[in-house]
Design a protein around this ligand. Structure first.
Ligand SMILES: [Zn+2]
Length: 58
């Protein structure tokens, strides 16, 4: 499996894929993981990627 969340890929993304996680509200974390919450997709950090969408309140 390719390393999609590393290296050059990050530089092509806005803010180098960093920001505030909508779930744990840590700042400066990589938001690389998309999870489905209802009919929309939100990006969360590595820690939150395994959190069920219902718990995210989105
Ligand atoms: Zn998080």
């Amino acid at each position: 499996m390719a390393k999609n969340n590393r290296g050059k890929t990050l530089r092509t993304m806005p803010y180098h894929a960093r920001g505030e996680c909508p779930h744990c509200h840590r700042t400066g974390v990589k938001l690389m993981y998309e999870i489905k919450a209802g009919d929309k997709t939100i990006k969360v950090c590595k820690v939150c990627k395994s959190t069920p969408a219902e718990k995210l309140g989105a």
